[in-house]
Ligand binder design. Sequence first.
Ligand SMILES: [Zn+2]
Length: 193
Amino acid sequence: MTITAVHKYWTTRINEEIMYYSSMKYIPKSSFKVGKIHPLALSNSANQRDINRIPIRIKIATGTYILQINRAVYNQNIVDPTCNLCDQAEETLSHFLLCCKALDQIRTPILKNIICKCSELLALQYTNIQLDILQLIINPFHYACSDESEIDISCKIEPLCRQLIHNLHNKRYEMLAKMDLISSRRKMNFKVN
Ligand SMILES: [Zn+2]
């Protein structure tokens, strides 16, 4: 009885307030089941590698992963929103996940695999569907039309999305760390000279 009342309270509150949270932009309210863990935060296997990928994946899904564009918003006139990896465009979420040329090698094979798996899976469930690739990577459960399709997505697509996000994140940090090292060595040399 108490549990039902608590679930009802949270269902109503989520439905009323979700529109005010930008972090919920890619997570539709229909995908919340109060009392259950969201499938984005669950692993379908006991695979430790997959489980380790969950925190970064949640940051991406909730827009709390800090990119250059986010740093620039909070440090206007001090931080340039341009991507430090390619120097070609603002480092937004779509740039990082889909466009940055510096991450192409990491992205292309996994993205091809995701699109291929999705075409097979979603073609069976929908007669006509337009896939938004950014939405698909950020939260593939957006395309779940039943409990069975949620399980399919959880087993076949979400692990690939996690792998993609994790590998892009690692490559980005590796490149930024190298850049930091080079710039601090230059500063040291400058001081010595
Ligand atoms: Zn870039």
